[in-house]
Design a protein around this ligand. Structure first.
Ligand code: PMP
Length: 397
């Protein structure tokens, strides 16, 4: 039977990683892969994570299953992190947490829940969005639609987005990026969140907010602005949260599916359904990552250490954004690429065209995906002058 199976092309990013590894150019720069990098190009284990692991190794007494909802202590720590320590939603017992294998796992749980419990409802994602949104929602059998997000001049197309959302059929699901939009880096302002909320309420849509980069944009609380506004103002919201980036525990697969419902009873009903989809997918989530996160968040000293380090990472990315634009000034390109300084998070839609991306790779060993999305954490004080010169060359300056 297997002779009929066709080979499919691998992930474009993986191809990029391979090509980068083979490149012998000593000045080569990797702006493709989606993980945080420090100035030396490493993705280190955070100090608070190492300390939490040391403590866990000593205190761990069992490796038994942790249950479909994961570790209760993890849920108790993540809910206030996402919704706010003194959230009225938590006060009213309207939110539940189900631990998941990463943000991806939370998205898949949400997708299966929607396909099963809200049959016939379509799902709307930004164009562009993280490509795996397409894969996850279609794999669950949900009909996928797009709303515009970026205009031809590489700016947030808020008018286009709003006009499209206004036409979404009653009861469909709309996916919003809480912060640090992947791949563009364009985030909504407070005012824009409110405008979207009004339309979501008017059209009776179910918001699914993907929160994969809390703390990478402007701050842990600042980045949660839209999430908290929606959870407090609407009866029903689904949130998928990830600890991969903000705790740097990518391989530990640590995320959370949060349901916000009208009241405690409806919340518990939904929660019971989440346990079923979790069981059907993988039974129980992995334990180690969530144990790290709860060890940190339930300990004042480790929490402070973690917050400081996350601030360092965020500040580094935001400084590099500004320095990148600054480095382009001598070439008269600072205005053209000013958006990189204004966007948030790890990624930037630079506005570089596929041809320019190709030239950067072939002539300078600078690697990024064809859309011109760059991982800003791949910039460094050492490589910025080289990057700026290369970008000037492909702009014929
Ligand atoms: N959503 C978005 C927008 C992402 O960029 C990512 C990670 N690249 C995820 C979800 C999934 O994160 P995780 O690694 O925790 O599965």
């Amino acid at each position: 039977m297997f002779e009929r199976i066709e080979r499919v092309p691998g992930d474009a990013i993986l191809g990029l990683i391979e090509a980068f590894k083979k490149d012998t150019n000593p000045q080569k720069v990797d702006l493709g892969v989606g993980v945080y990098r420090d100035d030396n190009g490493n993705t280190p284990v955070m100090r608070a994570v190492k300390e939490a692991e040391t403590r866990l190794l000593k205190s761990e007494t069992t490796k038994t299953y942790i249950g479909s909802h994961g570790a209760p202590a993890y849920g108790d720590a993540v809910l206030p992190l996402v919704l706010g320590a003194d959230s009225p939603v938590l006060e009213a017992d309207r939110a539940s947490a189900t631990q998941s294998p990463g943000g991806t796992g939370a998205l898949r749980l949400a997708a299966d829940f929607i396909a099963k419990q809200l049959p016939g409802k379509g799902i709307w994602v930004s164009d562009p969005t993280w490509p795996n949104h397409h894969g996850i929602f279609t794999a669950a059998g949900i009909e996928l639609h797009k709303y515009p997000y970026v205009d031809a001049d590489n700016r947030l197309d808020f008018d286009g987005m709003l006009a499209a959302i206004k036409k979404i059929p009653d009861g469909d699901v709309v996916v919003l990026h809480a912060c640090c939009h992947n791949p563009t880096g364009f985030d909504l302002s407070a005012e824009q969140w409110q405008t979207v909320l009004d339309v979501v309420r008017e059209r009776n849509l179910l918001p699914l907010i993907d929160f994969a980069y809390q703390g990478f944009g402007q701050g842990l609380d600042e980045d949660a602005y839209g999430v908290r506004l929606f959870a407090e103002q609407l009866d029903e919201v689904i949130i998928t949260s990830s600890c991969s980036k903000n705790f740097g525990i990518y391989c530990e697969r640590t995320g959370c599916l949060i349901a916000v419902a009208k009241d405690a009873e409806q919340k518990d009903n939904i929660r019971s359904q989440f346990a079923i989809v979790a069981r059907e997918n993988y039974s129980n989530p992995p334990a180690h990552g969530s144990a790290i996160v709860s060890e940190i968040l339930h300990d004042a000293e480790l929490s402070a250490m973690w917050r400081d380090e996350l601030t360092e990472m965020r500040d580094r990315v935001n400084t590099l954004r500004r320095d990148f634009v600054e480095a382009l000034k001598p070439y008269g390109l600072d205005k053209k690429y000013a958006c990189v300084g204004e966007q948030r998070g790890m990624f930037s839609y630079t506005g570089l065209t596929p041809d320019q991306v190709e030239r950067l790779r072939d002539e300078f060993g600078i690697y990024m995906v064809r859309s011109g999305r760059a991982n800003v954490a791949g910039f460094s004080q050492q490589n910025l002058p080289y990057l700026a010169r290369a970008i000037a060359v492909v702009n014929d300056v």
